[in-house]
Write a protein that binds this ligand. Structure first.
Ligand code: ARG
Ligand code: ASP
Length: 696
């Protein structure tokens, strides 16, 4: 089996360093075709979409492709039970029908710069840490202001390698972005949460938007007279597809990885935090899924929330399993021992010899605080009820001497009541069960010492009472209190049993002492990581260390490749429409197949989108190193043409944020031929295909 699988998410500006390896692996274009500040290049077509996903221009008229799950929130916002675009799909048949999405942004990187020397000016190893932070913040502010003076650009400066290096990004931010198309959710989310993070996969995970600018061609918020943006570069699309062994690269915005952390962090994430989060989300999912199966209205109501909860829940399970399969904690310990020996031998008087011991100490402080916060986030903040108690708590504490701010907050809450109480009966059934069960779970684990009940029955009874008695579940009472609310009346709110319970849990986790201890330990760990990583780079001077993902533009490269997830099982690298029909089950929501899709399947009406065998390819997997944020990223072939859209990873490899294993880590991509087939044959939106540059 081939395995050139290259771990790494590389900085486009420094891609020259990878060029030879990429070309050896099959790439036929140059690093400059990907990133170049003097000419339009692929980078001009790749965008940060909605602050957490990637999108790309595919036409000279500003047409943009991203994932269905990235456009999901926008699709849901435009959907009602009467116009249910989420379920039925949406296709603008002309520009007038394209739907404005206020609040949605798309960011294009204009250029980037290494600004380390400026940011770290006057800072030495002896500069105290708080002094260092102040100087850096000051340099960042002045440099980023100066860099975009007199332009419509925005500058962002971010640390790399834990602050050993700094890069500045000059960005152009577009704010008029309109929804153009989305397949029905049983295509765009085919397989739902059941197939999420899994291979074999058959999800048509794409949606389309268009970027508009002012008539002068500048970014502007929505206005009727705005015109489609003309990108400097849009991607050419290849219909040649991807065969096993073919070179591919992914160009996009990976969010967070923690490649260089020590065994303490790996153990904390995999064996302590993840199990807590998973167990508490089990509870939430049970209740939401129950409700969603009861009516289409409920399904729509909870769709977005559940997608988010289930996504982390499943990923963490894969992550923990993957780390333990690879003996991740032991692996890290071994690396640390080697580092220690190297440091003692070569740098006996330096920080390097101390740093791992110091880091371990900081983790001792941090660990219990993190676990408390994990419970707080996943149990206390699990219900709407407690989130609303949080709002009242803030109102009573934060705005206690500011009547006008208190007024604004109180009015916001009155407004929120309208939606909370719109299907009160139904929703409180779900919400109350979640509130009670998650709290009980936390109490049992010993993380709610601030309530003193003797037995579990007592806890359950008390929680039920709190839910029923609180003004949060009585609209008249709550509106009345809020309407006449004055900043000085905080005590009144705190006497509500729900707000009182919230206050106890919040003050238990986030009191001044714990907050300070948490911040200090974190700050220390950041500093030790900076030293440790600096040391590792000296320890292995010939290695090219990639910086952890930090939501900046990166290139990951590898090959289309299947894998062996377990003994005696081998996964092929691509799936087809036949697999959708295999999975079809009219009784299971996630596996209902659209009649129109079935008809096209039965007639084998695939047009030019079929592969050489006459199949319609749907998805493929490759060895590109990706993470959350890479969703929607263009997957390109050796010639830099679009062959797919990244949207997920295989479950067996989800530990790749911490530990990459070329035998297991695969990214999952939508085959561009399935995407075009759906736009063209399924939706009949030929006008969109005609805008694109397609190379047969
Ligand atoms: N796992 C993918 C990612 O992390 C897709 C998530 C959306 N899909 C879902 N079924 N929840 O973003
Ligand atoms: N599905 C992820 C995203 O939305 C991608 C991943 O985690 O692999 O970015």
């Amino acid at each position: 089996m081939f395995s050139w699988a290259d771990e790494g998410m590389w900085i486009p500006m420094l891609l020259q360093r990878n060029e030879a390896a990429m070309q050896r692996a099959g790439m036929r274009i140059s690093a400059k075709d990907i990133y170049d500040i003097n000419h339009a290049c692929l980078k001009d077509a790749v965008l940060l979409f909605g602050g957490g996903c990637t999108g790309e221009f595919v036409s000279p008229e500003g047409l943009l492709l991203t994932n269905h799950h990235c456009g999901y929130g926008q699709i849901v916002k435009h959907s009602t039970v009467e116009h249910d675009y989420l379920t039925k799909g949406f296709w603008a048949m002309n520009r007038q029908q394209e739907l404005p999405c206020p609040g949605l942004t798309v960011v294009r990187l204009v250029r980037m710069e290494d600004v380390t020397a400026i940011i770290l000016k006057d800072i030495t190893n002896l500069t105290p840490e708080n002094e260092r932070a102040k100087l850096i913040a000051h340099h960042i502010d002045s440099l980023s202001a100066k860099a975009v003076e007199g332009t419509h650009y925005r500058a962002v400066i971010k640390p790399f390698y834990y602050g050993n290096q700094y890069f500045m990004y000059i960005n152009e931010v577009f704010t008029d972005v309109r929804l153009v198309g989305a397949p029905p959710s049983n295509i765009g989310k085919f397989g739902g949460d059941t197939d999420n993070w899994m291979w074999p996969r058959h999800t048509g995970d794409f949606s389309m938007f268009r970027v508009y600018v002012s008539p002068e061609g500048l970014p502007a918020s929505y206005a009727e007279e705005n015109v489609p943006y003309k990108p400097l570069k849009h991607l050419e699309i290849s219909l040649k597809g991807a065969n096993e062994g073919d070179f591919t690269f992914v160009f996009g915005y990976p969010g967070t990885t923690r490649r260089y952390v020590t065994h303490d962090q790996v153990d904390l994430s995999a064996n302590q935090e993840n199990p807590i989060r998973i167990a508490l989300r089990d509870i939430r999912l049970k209740h939401y899924n129950n409700a969603m199966n009861q009516s289409p209205a409920q399904r729509l109501k909870y769709a977005s929330t559940v997608a988010g909860i289930a996504n982390g829940w499943k990923k963490w399970q894969g992550e923990t399993q993957g780390i333990n399969r690879l003996h991740g904690v032991e692996q890290k310990k071994k690396q640390e021992q080697q580092f220690q020996q190297w440091a003692e031998k070569n740098h006996s008087l330096s920080d390097y010899t101390q740093v791992l011991g110091q880091m371990a100490k900081s983790y001792e402080t941090l660990r219990p605080l993190i676990l408390e916060r994990t419970y707080f986030g996943e149990a206390i903040l699990a219900s709407d009820f407690m989130n609303r108690a949080f709002d009242l708590y803030l109102l009573s504490t934060r705005y206690s001497d500011n009547d006008s701010m208190a007024r604004v907050q109180a009015d916001n809450l009155i407004r929120d009541n309208a939606s909370f109480f719109s299907d009160f009966e139904q929703h409180t059934l779900v919400d109350k069960a979640i509130f009670v069960e998650t709290f009980v779970y936390m109490w049992r684990a010993g993380y709610a010492p601030y309530v003193s009940y003797k037995s579990e029955d007592d806890v359950v009874a008390a929680l039920n009472q709190i839910y029923d008695k609180s003004m949060l579940t009585n609209r008249n009472k709550m509106d009345k209190v809020l309407k006449g609310y004055k900043a000085k009346q905080g005590k009144k709110l705190l006497s509500d049993p729900a707000v009182a319970l919230f206050a106890k849990s919040y003050e238990y986790c986030y009191n001044e002492e714990k907050k300070n201890a948490y911040a200090a330990a974190n700050c220390d760990i950041q500093r030790y990581m900076r030293t440790y990583l600096h040391g590792m780079m000296e320890q292995f001077p010939d290695s090219n260390f990639f910086p952890d993902a930090n939501l900046t533009l990166r290139v990951a490269y590898g090959h289309v490749e299947g894998f062996q997830p377990k003994d005696a099982v081998r996964y092929e690298p691509y799936s087809t429409l036949d697999g959708i029909m295999e999975k079809e089950n009219p009784n299971i929501y996630d596996y209902v197949v659209e009649p129109r899709l079935k008809e096209l399947y039965l007639n084998k009406d695939y047009g030019r989108y079929a592969n050489a065998k006459g199949e319609l390819p749907t998805c493929f997997i490759a060895t590109n190193h990706t993470t959350g944020g890479n969703s929607g990223s263009p997957v390109m072939n050796a010639d830099g043409r679009l062959i797919g859209l990244n949207f997920d990873r295989c479950w067996e490899g989800t530990m790749s944020d911490l530990l990459f294993d070329p035998d297991y880590c695969r990214n999952i991509c939508l085959d561009i031929r399935y995407c075009l087939f759906l736009i063209d044959k399924f939706a009949g939106a030929r006008h969109l295909i005609d805008e694109m540059t397609i190379v047969e």
